[in-house]
Structures are given as C-alpha cells and as structure tokens.
Design a protein around this ligand. Structure first.
Ligand code: APR
Length: 367
C-alpha cells in the first residue's frame, strides 16, 4: 500500500490517526507535540494525564478531539547521543509500535512527523531512512496508506550528488532515457522496420511491405494496420522472414489488447503476483483491482509509470505500455526526466524515485 511524503502541518492532515513526537510525560511540550495539543484542545491533555506517561520507543493512543484526525498516537523518540546508545533501535520501535496501534484500531490512513529529528537532535536524513524502512516493511504485510509529513524547508533533502545529477538533467534537458523516443518508434513500429529490412534482403517485391510499414508508421487505425499486414503476410514469399512474420502477426494481434490486458499479460510473463506488482508500484489494492476488473480502464500517466517501474520495464516496453494508455515519455517533462534517470541507472525502487520527485516538487508515483 502507498507511502507518500508530503509537506504540511500534521495538525492539518485528515487521516484516521496522526502520530505525535511526544516526551515521556505525555503532558505536551514544544515542536509537533505543542502544535498537536494546541490544535486538539484541552481534552487531549486531560486524556493524556490518564495514560501515566510513555516509555521511549513505546506508543499510546488517544482521541483526536478538535483535530481532523480521529486518533493521536503518542510515541516517545530517543534523544540523539551520537548513535551508540541504541537510538536507532528505539526510533524503529517508535514507528513499529505506532503502526501496530494504528492497525489495532483499524486505521486506514496514518501520518507521521519525522520523530526525534527536531529537539531530540536525530540526524534528519538518518531519521528519514529509519522511518522509510520501518514503514515500507510494515506495508509489505499490511494495507494502509501512510504519510511522512515534512514540516518546513530543510526538514528533508535527497543525497546532494543525486540532487545535482537530476538538476543538471533538468536544466540541460538532455535525455534521461538515452535517445529520446521518436514518434512511432515504439517496439511494434521498430519491429516492423526491422522486419522490412529482413524482407528487403530476401523477398523480390517489397512494395506491399513498404505500404505496411509506411501505413503503420503513419499510425493508421489498428484495424487498417491489421488488414494491411494480413495482406502483406499473404503476399510475402515464404522466406526466412516467415518467423518474423509470425512475430509480426502475434504482435499485431495484440493491438486490440487493452491497457489492462497488456498489463496483466506482462505481469504473468514476468511471473509476478498482483500483490507484488501493486505494492512495488506504491498503489493501493482497491486501485489495482479497478484496473484488473475493467478491460477498458483509463489509467493516469503516473499510474502507468508506477506500474512500469514495478515491472522494471526497459524504456522501450515502458513506452509501449504508455502508448497503450495514450501517453508518451517526454524529455521536456521533469517528472519523466527524473523517472528516466532512475531507469537509466537500473534503479526501479519506487520509494527512491518518489523521494527525488518530492525533492523536485513533482507528483509522486502511486496512489
Ligand atoms: N507538523 C509536522 N511536523 C512538525 C510540526 C508540525 N506542526 N512541527 C514540528 N514538526 C517536525 C519537526 O520539524 C521535526 O522534523 O517534527 C519533527 C520532530 O520534531 P520535534 O517536534 O522537535 O520532536 P522531537 O525531535 O521528537 O523532540 C521531541 O520535543 O516538542 C518536544 O515534547 C516534545 O520533548 C519532546 C521533544
């Protein structure tokens, strides 16, 4: 299920539960603790008094009162003392105990601040890494939508080298995908062109193939394309090209395939389960079941990109999947450039990609 990074004031988040970075007294304080108590009103403090505090690394739950969220999960992070006093284990426990409580209370959406990275001094990038690791391993086993709430500039950033790589790509507008895709250069049209070359060498007359290839490359309708290719197949001498033609026929027969049919076929071909696919795409189960059950589902481009990342599709197949849904990759779209950068590096980790998209203020993959 999805994990998103959002820039917000956690007291404004409308979730089933928000998590408070409290202190062991649970009687309020500064930072996010103070903000939550101010927004929730005095009844929150009254309930907290009855909890008799909380140990570091543990979590306790109360009502949300005047907050838009139903619950507040109070957890006490470790004070950073250099990292050799079990701080990381305690911080991991804050996230895992809070998630366990959210699950126990039937929460479908939960928002976390970056626990301990303020007054308690935990290094921000390390604190984020722990949060992401604990939340994503929980989400491998459970269906919940989780938000990591970043408060104010400087609370989060990606690796400086990664930032400069992507910035130079975005400014230079050089292709992140290698050669930028020419119109009609999807796998199918390339297949036709290479077929034309092999037929040229072996067949006497190529006029029909030229018609087929020109027609296809001029993007006639799928039906006309099939008819063209079918008559080309009939006219073509049975030479070494026959296996290519079988490939062409098979590929052309997929032209009628809808986006969701192509998706499900690729998932099967890759030996993936649906659950693996939608989790690696940072999609929620309901969204995926809509795609699976509707042959004519019209996905958003970000959904197609997320699924392409989940299936680790190379550029050519990602282009085909996008085309099937009516989209194209673009070297002038910063989101496509950033995703292309990760694909060119062979990094299909949707959370790595989303961190970079967030850092560059772009929409994230998944939903
Ligand atoms: N919404 C979201 N995040 C916030 C908000 C807010 N309104 N206010 C602060 N933050 C962020 C901070 O920027 C930081 O990234 O929450 C993270 C945790 O910072 P702190 O609130 O200082 O919490 P922590 O570092 O865990 O220290 C806890 O501070 O407020 C006291 O009573 C609290 O003693 C406890 C200690």
């Amino acid at each position: 299920m999805p994990l998103f990074i959002v820039e917000n004031d956690i007291t404004k988040m409308t979730c089933d539960a928000i998590v408070n970075a409290a202190n062991s007294s649970l009687l309020g304080g500064g930072g996010v603790d103070g903000a939550i108590h101010r927004a929730a009103g005095p009844k929150l403090l009254a309930e907290c008094r009855g909890l008799h505090g909380c140990k570091t690394g543990d979590a306790k739950i109360t009502g949300g009162y005047d907050l838009p969220s139903r619950y507040v999960i109070h957890t006490v992070g470790p004070v950073w003392n250099g990292g050799s006093y079990g701080e990381e284990e305690l911080l991991r426990s804050c996230y895992s105990r809070s998630l366990a409580l959210a699950l126990e209370y039937g929460c479908e959406t939960v928002a976390f601040p970056l626990i301990s990275t303020g007054v308690y001094g935990y290094p921000k990038r390390e604190g984020f890494r722990v949060a992401r690791e604990e939340i994503t391993s929980f989400l491998e086993e459970h269906d919940m939508t989780v938000y990591i709430v970043i408060f104010g500039a400087g609370a989060f950033d990606i690796d400086p080298d990664l930032r400069s790589d992507i910035s130079s790509l975005l400014s230079g507008r050089s292709s992140a995908y290698g050669s930028s895709p020419k119109p009609g250069s999807s796998g199918l049209f390339r297949g036709l062109r290479s077929l034309k070359r092999s037929v040229d060498e072996s067949a006497a007359s190529v006029s029909m193939e030229e018609e087929v290839c020109e027609a296809v490359c001029d993007k006639v309708s799928a039906r006309e394309m099939r008819e063209c290719a079918a008559s080309a197949a009939a006219a073509m001498p049975m030479t070494g090209a026959s296996s290519d033609m079988a490939d062409l026929k098979e590929r052309l027969s997929m032209l009628d395939e809808s986006f969701s049919q192509m998706l499900l076929r690729k998932i099967d071909e890759l030996g993936m389960t649906d659950v693996e696919c939608y989790k690696k795409a940072n999609l929620d189960r309901k969204h995926f079941s809509k795609i699976r059950s509707d042959r004519n589902y019209r996905p958003k481009k970000m959904t197609v990109l997320a699924l392409g990342v989940a299936m680790k599709l190379p550029k050519s197949e990602l282009t085909e999947l996008l085309m099937k849904a009516g989209y194209a990759l673009s070297d002038s779209d910063p989101t496509d450039v950033i995703i292309g950068y990760f694909i060119s590096k062979g990094n299909y980790n949707v959370y790595d990609i989303n961190e970079a998209l967030f850092a560059f203020d772009r929409p994230m993959l998944g939903a």
